[in-house]
Write a protein that binds this ligand. Structure first.
Ligand code: CMP
Length: 150
C-alpha cells in the first residue's frame, strides 16, 4: 500500500564542498518529492554523535563524526508517497561503488564514508530524524506548495 510519507535527507559536507547541491536538489525535485523544510547547519560533535548514535559501536563511528562536522550539511524533509523507500532508491547503495547507475551516490559520492547524501532508513527513524532538525512549525503544509495554477 502507498501513502504520503515524510523522510529526512542530508547533503553531506563532501557534496557541498564539491558544488553538487543544486544538481542533487534538482534530481530530488524532478523525482517528484516535495521539499517541506530545508536548512544548512554546522553540526556540533555532540549533535553528530547523537544523530548517528545507532552506529556508536561501529569501527567507522569516529571517522564518520569527524567527517560530518568537517563542514556544513544541508538538512531537508521530503514528502511523497512511500518517501522513505523512494528516496533510498534515488540515493542508491551506501557504497557509491555498489550504487546503481544514475543514483545520487553513484553520481556524486566518493567513498562509503563520503557518500554525498543521507536518508532515513525507516518511517520510525524518519520521524526521529525530522524532529532532530526541525520543529513542527518549520514543516510547510503540503498544500502551501501546490502551484497556484494547479
Ligand atoms: P548514512 O546513510 O549517512 O548512514 C550511516 C553512515 O555511515 C553511512 O551513510 C556511511 O556514510 C557511513 N558508513 C557506513 N558503513 C561504513 C563503513 N564501512 N565505513 C565508513 N563509513 C561507513
Amino acid at each position: 500500500m502507498s501513502y504520503v510519507e515524510r523522510t529526512l535527507g542530508l547533503i553531506k559536507p563532501d557534496a557541498i564542498a564539491a558544488g553538487h547541491v543544486g544538481k542533487i536538489l534538482d534530481r530530488i525535485i524532478q523525482a517528484g518529492f516535495r521539499i517541506v523544510a530545508l536548512r544548512m547547519v554546522y553540526l556540533t560533535r555532540a549533535q553528530a554523535e547523537a544523530f548517528y548514535a545507532v552506529h556508536r559501536s561501529r569501527p567507522f563511528f569516529e571517522d564518520l563524526v569527524q567527517f560530518m562536522t568537517s563542514g556544513p550539511v544541508i538538512a531537508f524533509v521530503l514528502e511523497k508517497e512511500n518517501a522513505v523507500l523512494h528516496y533510498r532508491a534515488l540515493m542508491g547503495a551506501t557504497d557509491p561503488a555498489q550504487a546503481a547507475p544514475g543514483t545520487l551516490r553513484a553520481l556524486f559520492g566518493q567513498s562509503v564514508e563520503r557518500n554525498a547524501v543521507h536518508g532515513s532508513d525507516s518511517p520510525e527513524n524518519a520521524r526521529r530524524e525530522i524532529a532532530f532538525f526541525f520543529s513542527e512549525s518549520e514543516l510547510v503544509a503540503a498544500q502551501a506548495l501546490t502551484p497556484l495554477s494547479a
